[in-house]
Design a protein around this ligand. Sequence first.
Ligand SMILES: [Mn+2]
Length: 345
Amino acid sequence: MTPDVRDRADRPPRAAGRPAESCPIPEPAWDRALRLIGEADEVALACHVTPDGDALGSMLAVAFVLRSMGKRVVASFGDRHFVVPRLLRFLPGQEMLVPPESYPAEPRLMIVFDSSTFERLGLLGASAAMARELIVVDHHPSNEGFGTLSLIDAHAAATAMLAEQLVYRLGGRLDRDIATCLYAGLVTDTGSFRYASTTPAVHQMAARLVATGLRTDEIARELWDRSPFGYLKVLAGALDRVTLEGRMVWTYVTRVDRAAYGLPYAELEGIIDIVRRTDEAEVAVVLKEDDQGDWQVSTRSKGAVDVAAVCAALGGGGHHYAAGYTSRDSVEETMAKFRRELGKA
Ligand SMILES: [Mn+2]
């Protein structure tokens, strides 16, 4: 028997413990996180505004474990209009959510998920700035670590991968609720295992999660395969004015379009996935007017262009393949500025 084989045999079964993949976050950082959490009676959790599956799922998964450790847990996100996006209402653990008004102003320990900046925390940015200890759990390459402790891995496909590590390291075990939250994060950020970020480690994590008995078919339907009828009409309008400009395809949706069908802003999230399928385009852009009248600009790249760099130049951020920013200009001006930055990329 070679030493190598003996080592492997000595390891606990993968599903029962910590994943064997190496993790670039230094061990002392994990140790410090465990110490801070261990000493805390109350832990305040937050994720980015208008949370996606990765933000909310990662936060709730860790919230479950902290609660089972006997901690008081508050979890929130800093939207002025505090509603869980419809797509994510199936996630368990939402009874742990509190609106930003009820959030501690000066938490002793705060943990933030999937947020690359204070600004992404919206109304909770102020609490994060006042927190005595602030642990930042994230995978955005643009995140320079705005807390007192960083658990940041820019190579992780999802914050959920780091949240899973934290669950194990806190002594938690995957149950179906925790696994459902983490799975929502993993499939959201890998586009259902279609994006380039889908590594063997992603599939290995998925196997651990699915082994808890979660319903992958129901989660997929909740996340992607349902919409109110008004979505089809608003989508039709957006597709009617879609424009192909060289290697860029783009369109926009106004709040007036949505109002005609009572469609909430959050329902527009999937439009970019339809626009970006355009063969002729390398970059896809969708401008979505929110309820305040600002344009939320979503961008996607097939790889040749780093849209995170383009969006960062315009005040936003994201990943190489998917990024966004907010514009208060008109559609025409927004696109003029975008074209200029795209030309430099
Ligand atoms: Mn994410």
